[in-house]
Design a protein around this ligand. Structure first.
Ligand code: ZN
Length: 301
């Protein structure tokens, strides 16, 4: 494969439900930035959470992408259908285990038995939520043995990280707003933050295009990437979310916005692209547009 002239970005849905209008808006931004910057798009299946993800949702997600004729530069949906792939998180446990070893050489990784109740108790007696490095139970110093039922955290330090967001402009924030970052949860799942940072390194992703609800998680992820040996963080573009009429975030439970349901009820894919554009403010009206036209509406902030 020839090296891309521009950045490598990714479309990375989690198979915890059906593809909905929020995913479509994200796809428009992802492919829009790739087009504008002469980059390429990877498709990644983010199924790190083994309790919430289901293989049938992955199949449905691939079907929906095919139906919409949205194709990544790599891999083809058929490659994901036939077997293990470097682009499916559940097939790559070795990569995360290796990364954990690497992380443990650059900082302390420790088992933590704090529960939600531990955080709530600390908050009740201190009048504010726990923030800053560590955890309310002081687990780093307790040297608990790592085992099932305990969270693994990385002591990723204090202070702030800053970045120049392609849509939000100059941003910065604390790296440890909720304490040290969990890298593996109490059920044994690698966490979202750990997986995406490791994946973006191993896949050569240098532009992350995602919803603005993840902007606050960015400083910790920049720090984690540095601890894993990444010198230059990726660029970030955090875009508006498709919201419900009451302003709340769209979730996968909203059947009314599921792509398959809308197509099944007679909407064309062009109508869906138009609606997604309008709902994130990229078009005044929701008139039908082709995907190629929709992604041309994406501009830097
Ligand atoms: Zn703890």
């Amino acid at each position: 494969m020839t090296a891309p002239a521009g950045p490598t970005t990714r479309f990375a849905p989690a198979p915890t439900g059906r593809l909905h209008l929020g995913h479509l808006a994200n796809a428009i931004y992802v492919w829009g930035f790739a087009r504008r910057l002469d980059g390429r798009v990877l498709l990644r299946i983010e199924d790190h959470d083994r309790q919430r993800c289901r293989p049938e949702y992955e199949v449905a997600l691939l079907d929906d992408l095919d139906r919409l004729e949205i194709a990544a530069d790599e891999p083809a949906t058929d490659e994901l259908r036939v077997g293990p792939s470097p682009y499916r998180q559940s097939d790559n446990g070795v990569a995360y285990a290796d990364a954990l070893e690497r992380l443990a050489r650059s900082t302390e990784v420790y088992a933590c038995d704090c529960s939600r109740a531990t955080f709530a108790t600390w908050q009740a007696s201190n009048g504010r939520p726990w923030s800053g490095p560590g955890c309310p139970g002081g687990c780093l110093a307790r040297r608990l043995e790592a085992r099932s039922g305990l969270t693994l955290r990385a002591a990723h330090g204090d202070g702030e990280e800053a970045w120049e967001d392609l849509l939000l402009g100059a941003r910065s924030g604390p790296v440890s707003e909720d304490g040290d970052l969990p890298v593996r949860d109490r059920n044994g799942n690698w966490t979202y933050a750990f997986c995406v940072v490791v994946d973006d390194i191993r896949h050569g992703v240098d532009l992350v295009v995602r919803g603005e609800d993840l902007a606050d998680a960015t400083p910790a992820q920049i720090r984690l990437a540095r601890l894993l040996g990444r010198e230059a963080p990726p660029e970030f573009a955090h875009h508006p979310l498709v919201r419900r009429a009451d302003g709340s975030k769209l979730s996968k439970a909203d059947g009314a916005t599921a792509i398959a349901a809308l197509l099944g009820a007679g909407s064309s894919k062009e109508q869906l692209f138009g609606e997604a554009l309008q709902r994130v403010g990229l078009a005044r009206t929701g008139e039908p547009v082709r995907f190629e036209v929709a992604i041309g509406r994406v501009r830097r902030g």
